[in-house]
Write a protein that binds this ligand. Sequence first.
Ligand SMILES: [Zn+2]
Length: 447
Amino acid sequence: MKRVAIGGLHTECSSYSPLQQTAADFTRTEGDALVAMAPVDFAALGIAPVPLFHDRSVPGGPVAAEVFAAQRTEFMARLKAALPLDGVLLLMHGAMFVPGTDDPEGEFIAEVRAIVGPDAVIAGAFDLHGQVTQDIVDALDIFAAYRTAPHVDVPETRARAARMLAAALAGGPRPSVHWRPVPLLVPGEMSSTFVEPCAALYAALPEYDAREGVEDANLMIGYVWADSPRATAAAVVTATNPAAGERAAEEIAKAYWDARDRLAFDMDAAPLAEGLDAAQAPAILADSGDNPTAGGVGDRADVLEAVLARGLEATFAGIADPAAVAALEQGAREVEVGGSLGGGGPRVRLSVDSVTLAADCAVVTSGSATVVLTRRRRPFHDLKDFEALGIDLGAVPLLVVKSGYLSPDLRALPRRQVMALTDGAVSQDLQRLENLHRPRPTWPFQR
Ligand SMILES: [Zn+2]
């Protein structure tokens, strides 16, 4: 049996969010639950897994420097305690932003390499919205990333990385990672793998995998809401034949670059006022600039203010406002919401007609609006999220969610679907983003 450590850090950070992530924002997975995150039969692969820990947060603002330092220190201590190791399986996102550190994942993985030594095989599984750097490529032997966005292949991606790792440890040829940066950064909403051009680009990846000497081909979209010198898209290929890996990376990078003019929002998109005009019931309106699953704060009330001004009947899921939830629990009959966590935008006064407390949320009806106020920053992407609150979506004319592209559950609903190009830490209006540190030129910041 080969000893393989498992663990990693998983978050996505908007450098435009005023809200730094703290230790409390991360959920830690350890032990058997961590081993189960990679859905393979480790014993059958000849691997004895050694779980360290996996820290994951809802995407948000920058991770406070001392939080990252503490995670790193503890991870490396557990890694040293687990020696000797034949390999490491890292479950990463790749878009962490830490003030004062240009390449947090690069430093983290390089330290893992330094501890386990040059002979150990290190595999990394990534989100396709992660950033890749030379340090990451140099420290890894194996790289695999999601091939769907919205992401519906997370377990399969980890399994790909684990199987390649097992093959290398079983005496197969030692793989290496090859990459080509692509100076192109767009939001996930313009690079959904469910519509063209990315549908075809991702559908072609298995054809590269099938080539002699190529193990696993990837296209990294990167993360557009961090103003960072490492921000880039990239083709990343795991190969046992370096020349074949280089060639595949070159071709994938060129194919993405050549498709840049066809990258477009995957749903109808408009400024807020026009978006509301277009959202004829039954409809879903995505408040995209404040989407917490892309790193937005999730506390803004711009859409609520606009909907109340028009007297529209609408349900909002949700707005993060822990103080308002606490006040409602104490019986408040009026609350003010919007920007309570520092995300900006208007403050909106709600007189409470009724309130229901469920699933750690307060569901408030106020005139024509039903507003789900949450204690924590969180999305409402799954039908079960609404069931838990007792909300019957069939009776909701206009559903407003904080989201970019819609989740698979919401996308499947027979409703008009509109993305409002709202303000916030993950604004889709790229030309308005401060751009001091990204490489130049990067399309479409410079055309
Ligand atoms: Zn992602």
